[in-house]
Design a protein around this ligand. Structure first.
Ligand SMILES: [Zn+2]
Length: 496
């Protein structure tokens, strides 16, 4: 609802027939000339209507035609002359003005009815409550009606579809024209609509206003509106919900201003097909993670976490002897999600080799460096331990990866340790297996690193008894990384 109010503010702003001001939790609208207001609003709506459309070329005839964006839940009539014809009267250019006049008359008329959404009184309704103006409504009355007892005995479901005031209708139906939200469509499957949430309407407005005017989004694109680069036509092709958000954040931070960044989002999932029961997720991003994205960028370590790093991670299927794109996109999405939720333990899990293949990197040299910079900035820095000590952990990860060349179970064993005793036990097992490595494998390995890590862990658990878990996760992530790197190397040399 807040997004719809904010969108309405941007529509009214600059009109001469009314004064509008935005406050923490309200809009104040003072209409000075009602007839002129109806005229101006009509024109504005017809301009905003364009935001719901994209232009595509017909593959057969080569002619250009309008297409309704896939997430918009307003029904459409057959196109006439390549133009979209919405079934909603307010979006029929010849009827817009009439509807606006009708809305104003009802709002200023007799106090006959009361709105279930806002409590305002009005004379007559425009339409029943429908998904087009309020997407949370479903066709199943048990989910959207209000339960009550008929005669005090039988349960009946009375729905309040009809008690919606013309203003709520107007705000809701206009929200589809909002160019300050993010969308991503997976053709034939579903669309995602990301609505930022703020406690304060003014912050919400500043954020959306920035999105629109900074050139971060391309409203003329059908399946995604996050631009690859500011002002570029090309848009991102992210694999899911969280990768889209992360991709958005890296762009936002790259063009950092002092605008408050949205940390909470309502994500509406709208399926393709006739019956549209939508799902709403609310996402609350860990604030510390946004700082990490900023630090990585400002220190010149990783420019773009998603594009330079997660997007460069792929899954190689040993059976198919090629990249498995479905699993790859699943992993890229999971890594984005777990990073945004600051869940390092689960993040590490998705990098482990698994049945049928292993995770690997494109642009190996750069990606490996970015990867290490991410691990350092995200996990190590906050522990307050000198960076050199991370070398020992890295080296133990390397030892495990070498041992795992013949059998990966040790890596899983380390990942699964749940107590510090189990952790020591796996460290002892590594020490026992070390002499079995061939001289060639031992090349760059520093066996003394095992002792260094043991000493370091003992030191750290004295002040924080859970610190060993961090060491465990770091060892596992380095082992997974070295394992992948050696696999790529072998593949290049002709092996699998
Ligand atoms: Zn209302």
């Amino acid at each position: 609802m807040d997004n719809a109010i904010e969108n309405f503010y941007r529509i009214l702003r600059g009109m001469t027939s009314c004064e509008v001001t935005i406050h923490k939790d309200s809009l104040k609208i003072n209409i000075t000339d009602i007839q002129e207001f109806i005229n101006e609003l009509t024109l504005k709506i017809l301009v905003k209507r364009e935001n719901m459309l994209v232009i595509e070329e017909d593959k057969k005839t080569g002619t250009k035609k309008e297409i309704k964006k896939d997430y918009i839940m307003i029904q459409e009539d057959k196109k006439i002359g390549g133009k979209v014809a919405f079934k909603e009267n307010i979006y029929k250019p010849e009827k817009t003005k009439e509807i606006i006049a009708y809305i104003m008359k009802s709002l200023l008329g007799k106090e006959k009815n009361q709105c279930i959404l806002c409590g305002r009184t009005y004379e007559y309704k425009i339409k029943n409550l429908q998904q087009a103006s309020y997407p949370m409504v479903t066709k199943i009355s048990s989910l959207s009606g209000v339960r009550s007892y008929k005669d005090g005995i039988k349960l009946s479901l009375k729905d309040y579809y009809d008690n919606v005031c013309p203003l709520c209708y107007l705000l809701g139906i206009l929200e589809w024209t909002d160019e300050g939200v993010i969308y991503r469509t997976f053709p034939g499957d579903f669309s995602l609509l990301f609505m930022p949430i703020f406690d304060n309407l003014k912050d919400l407005h500043n954020f959306k206003n920035y999105l629109i005017y900074a050139g971060l989004i391309n409203k003329d694109s059908r399946y995604s509106n996050i631009r690859v680069h500011i002002d570029a036509e090309e848009v991102e092709n992210t694999p899911g919900e969280y990768s889209t958000l992360l991709c958005f954040y890296e762009k936002f931070i790259e063009n950092a201003t002092n605008v408050n960044i949205a940390k909470k989002w309502a994500v509406i999932k709208i399926p393709f097909g006739a019956v549209k029961n939508i799902r709403i997720d609310s996402i609350d991003i860990n604030e510390g993670i946004l700082q990490i994205i900023k630090d990585l960028k400002e220190e010149g370590l990783v420019e773009r976490v998603y594009t330079d790093l997660f997007k460069k991670i792929f899954f190689y299927s040993s059976q198919k002897k090629t990249i498995d794109w479905e699993i790859t996109r699943g992993i890229q999405e999971k890594l984005s999600q777990l990073f945004l939720y600051n869940d390092f333990k689960s993040f590490v899990y998705y990098l482990l080799p698994r049945k049928g293949g292993y995770v690997s990197f494109f642009d190996r040299r750069y990606t490996q460096k970015y990867f290490e910079d991410l691990v350092y900035t995200w996990r190590w820095k906050k522990m307050g331990v000198p960076k050199e000590k991370l070398e020992s952990i890295r080296s133990v990860g390397n030892i495990i990866s070498k041992i795992c060349e013949s059998n990966v179970s040790l890596l899983y064993k380390m990942d699964k340790t749940r107590t510090i005793e189990e952790f020591w036990s796996v460290m002892r097992e590594i020490a026992r297996k070390l002499p079995n490595l061939k001289d060639k494998q031992l090349g760059k390995i520093r066996p003394s690193s095992l002792d260094e890590v043991i000493v370091l862990t003992k030191e750290l658990v004295e002040t924080n008894k859970d610190a060993w878990k961090e060491i465990r996760d770091l060892i596992v992530i380095y082992a997974a990384m070295y394992y992948s790197l050696s696999k790529i190397q072998k593949q290049k040399n002709g092996g699998d």
